[in-house]
Ligand binder design. Structure first.
Ligand code: NAD
Ligand code: ZN
Length: 258
């Protein structure tokens, strides 16, 4: 597919929606789940351990989770060229909503605005109490772990604390899902970037867009189940493909029309 054709679609679009997955953050040093070096590709049992039931019922799982949080690569990761390109697309007025499955906060760190960003699987930047809903910065909870509490309890109610992310076995925040679905249904161009499109219900979103007549563009290193329905599939590295595409959009918008 001619990259200029996609840039043309973007420049003319009024309601572009982007969906990103773990693949946009691998170039920031955070491994994905199902790519060649993915966390689950290398250790399939890790997928089962990610279920909320184990976290709630087994203090050993929680202690291990807190140790993992202490040195998660996402703590020190910086946004890469892909995140910055999407922030620029928004600044150019060509991104109605950014829906991310990522919990690393790197889109917001790159300058995407909170008003136009839905972190549909939550964020690892905060902790939340599973019992009373008390919430605060993850750095506060991690400071307690560093000071010797292996499984810090909620200071309000004594309940179980967890990162403010959606685990398997937990439902999405209804308002976030509704916002994502409505934007997808209204979109005229839908970009699926760095996602294997295997996690539901988020993986339905491109379908919603297509049924409204939107064009679907997939940017992903490996095949996805939606590739044969897409109007364009780009296989390169996101950190190169996306900035190149946005540069073409910028050039088009700057050029005199006529
Ligand atoms: P996934 O692991 O299922 O798929 C990622 C896809 O991105 C793969 O198909 C891979 O080929 C592709 N990819 C990886 N690096 C790429 C690059 N540089 N250029 C182009 N393509 C690249 O990820 P998913 O679809 O997001 O689903 C995994 C779930 O895990 C999500 O729900 C997400 O919440 C969570 N997760 C988040 C993070 C994070 O926050 N950074 C990291 C791992 C997993
Ligand atoms: Zn509590």
């Amino acid at each position: 597919m001619d990259p200029d054709q996609i840039a043309e679609w973007l420049a003319r679009s009024r309601r572009t929606v982007a969906l990103t997955g773990a693949g946009i953050s691998t170039e920031s040093g955070i491994p994905d789940f199902r790519g060649p070096n993915g966390v689950w590709t290398r250790d399939p049992k890790a997928e089962a351990r990610a279920d909320l039931r184990h976290y709630v019922s087994d203090p050993g799982v929680r202690r291990a989770a807190w140790r993992t949080r202490l040195d998660h690569p996402g703590r020190t990761a910086r946004p890469n060229a892909g995140h910055l390109a999407l922030a620029e697309l928004e600044a150019l007025g060509r991104l109605a909503l950014l829906i991310t499955q990522n919990i690393d906060g790197l889109h917001l760190a790159a300058g995407s605005s909170p008003e136009r960003t839905v972190e549909i699987h939550g964020t690892m930047r905060d902790y939340v109490c599973l019992d009373c809903g008390a919430r605060g910065p993850m750095s506060d909870a991690l400071a307690r772990v560093r000071a010797g509490e292996e499984d810090p309890a909620c200071l309000e109610c004594g309940g179980i604390l967890k990162s403010a992310t959606i685990s398997f076995g937990q439902s999405l925040v209804a308002a976030d899902l509704q916002r994502a679905e409505e934007a997808a249904a209204r979109s005229d161009l839908f970009l699926a970037i760095g996602t294997s499109l295997m996690v539901y219900p988020v993986a339905w979103l491109p379908e919603r867009a297509l049924s409204n007549g939107a064009r679907l563009v997939i940017i992903n290193a490996q095949p996805t189940p939606m590739d044969d329905r897409a109007h364009a599939v780009l296989r390169g590295q996101i950190g190169q493909v996306l900035p190149d595409m946005v540069a073409r959009v910028r050039a088009r918008l700057a050029a005199p029309t006529g």
